[in-house]
Design a protein around this ligand. Structure first.
Ligand code: UDP
Length: 479
């Protein structure tokens, strides 16, 4: 199968079942993909755990002619997700286990259903690359699987190199090691990757039997277990890495930024937000000058101590710039113990706005936003790129470590504040992104990046072409 050639042997009866890991950062891009594929005429079933399915209802989810939503039981409580348990491998292993026990029967039934009305049987699955159970069960019932990896290509490649870093004695890290030392021997990342840019879990690994290593190995084998790999990314971002990755892996389809492609193709569709958006921030933004606001968000999973929260807050206030901060109610651990001075509150009232959850894509696209202080989750990073907004990165864990390195040192559209949380540094970085010569430089490279992102989804763009080949492949008999 050549991803650059469209197949002519298409069947009208293609039906794809798409199943994401139950978390916002996975549901969002996979729902975009579901909308796009169904819009291309393919029957599409979007499957979530019951808790996510319920939360999507609040965003106006309705079955359409070629797109339908289905739920599988998951044996989890509906408490806003598994996003609060930060023993990462345990969180994953428990979730996989609860899905394996709770969802398999219903999932299998969906996979093996005969014609229902005009809906044909499922012909292929697009499974989240971290959802082992979904890939295994599709294999058991003989349905071809395509793997969607919701993180960045540079993250997937970093994970893939871990076994060789173990063989070369780089992992586990030696005691008292230099975290800024360049990690040698990672093809395509020569001179870029330092110890501190590896997934944060590697800092905890003491032996090769560690659960974090097992987890990464599981992700790696899932990735290559499907017929193709799909990334929410675009070719111009990784001209060095993608050809290397393609030489080792099944065919790769880079079809992003999906939120941009969806905006152009699919009008009036439901939102993917799993939380209630507070739109008062949009009115606040309307009253601010152009490019004057720092938008701050640390995504859906990151948590911080009250001390870290106060450092960020002081840094923002001391910078003298305006800021909009999305502060999830579960973002600060032990918030009640925090002492906030009257002065901070007064200064925030003058030029700040703090809400729990914002419509982020809209916020980033607003003319008043001039900087994005982000944890560098892959969706947020892409959303910032598309909006052409320079970033300050404070990665929290996992893939965010390498994403922030690429933002600052490869794509050069922001600054990396990794592993530091100090009010003076926050203030200095905000000034660097918002004021003077450095601000102009960062803005123009962020604008160039936004242009590349837009071009990738244009009529002749690479992501557009890759998406069309993917649909042809799904419709074809080649599966
Ligand atoms: N998001 C949002 N409103 C907020 C904060 C975040 O809509 O107030 C969205 C954001 O647009 C992104 C997603 O939540 O699509 C977060 O995904 P990401 O991969 O960046 O981070 P993670 O979920 O891993 O923390």
């Amino acid at each position: 199968m050549d991803k650059n050639t469209s197949s002519s042997s298409s069947s009208a009866a293609a039906h794809v079942l798409i199943i994401p890991f139950p978390a916002q950062g996975h549901v969002t891009p996979m729902l975009s993909l579901a909308k796009l594929i169904s819009f291309s005429g393919v029957f599409t079933t979007f499957v979530n755990t019951e808790s996510i399915h319920r939360r999507l209802s609040g965003s106006g989810r309705i079955d359409g002619r070629r797109l339908r939503f289905r739920a599988v039981p998951d044996l989890l409580t509906d408490d806003g997700g598994n996003e609060r348990d930060f023993d990462f491998p345990s969180m994953f292993f428990n979730l996989q286990e609860s899905m394996r026990r709770g969802s398999t029967e219903t999932y299998k039934k969906l996979l093996t259903e005969e014609f229902i009305g005009e809906w044909p049987p499922v012909t292929c699955v697009i499974a989240d690359g971290v959802l082992d159970f979904a890939i295994e069960v599709a294999g058991e019932v003989g349905i071809p699987t395509l793997v969607f990896r919701t993180s960045s290509p540079c993250c997937a490649w970093t994970y893939a190199t871990i076994p060789s870093l173990i063989n070369n004695g780089i992992i586990p890290f030696p005691e008292e090691c230099d975290m800024d030392e360049i990690v040698k021997g990672v093809e395509g990342m020569e001179g870029i990757m330092r110890r501190r840019d590896l997934p944060s879990f590697m800092r905890m690994v003491k032996s090769t039997e560690d659960n974090h290593i097992k987890l990464m190995n599981g992700f790696n084998s899932n990735l290559v277990s499907g017929k193709v790999i799909i990334f929410n990314s675009f070719d111009a971002l990784d001209p060095t890495l993608l050809p290397i990755m393609s030489s080792y892996w099944p065919p790769i389809f880079t079809i992003g930024p999906l939120h941009l492609l969806t905006k152009f193709w699919v009008k009036n569709s439901c939102s993917s937000s799993l939380r209630q958006e507070d739109r008062t921030c949009m009115t606040w933004l309307d009253n601010q000058p152009d490019k004057s606001v720092i938008y701050v968000s640390f995504g859906t999973v990151a948590v911080m101590s009250p001390e870290q929260y106060i450092e960020f807050w002081h840094g923002l206030v001391n910078s003298g710039h305006r800021f909009l901060w999305a502060v999830r109610e579960d973002m600060v651990k032990g918030k009640q113990e925090m002492e906030v001075t009257k002065e901070m509150e007064e200064e925030t009232k003058k030029r700040g706005c703090m809400v729990e959850w914002v419509p982020q894509e809209e916020v980033l696209a607003h003319r008043a936003v001039g900087c994005f202080l982000t944890h560098c989750g892959w969706n947020s990073t892409l959303e910032g790129m598309v909006a052409g907004v320079p970033m300050i990165c404070w990665p929290y864990f996992s893939d965010q470590m390498i994403n922030s390195r690429f933002v600052s040192d490869v794509w050069r559209i922001g600054l990396d504040m990794k592993d530091v949380c100090d009010r003076n540094i926050v203030e200095r970085m905000v000034r660097e992104v918002m004021e003077g010569e450095s601000a102009l430089e960062l803005r123009s490279s962020a604008a160039r990046m936004a242009d590349l992102a837009r071009k990738s989804i244009d009529e002749n763009g690479t992501s557009r072409a890759n998406f069309e080949s993917l649909v042809s492949y799904i419709k074809s008999a080649e599966l």
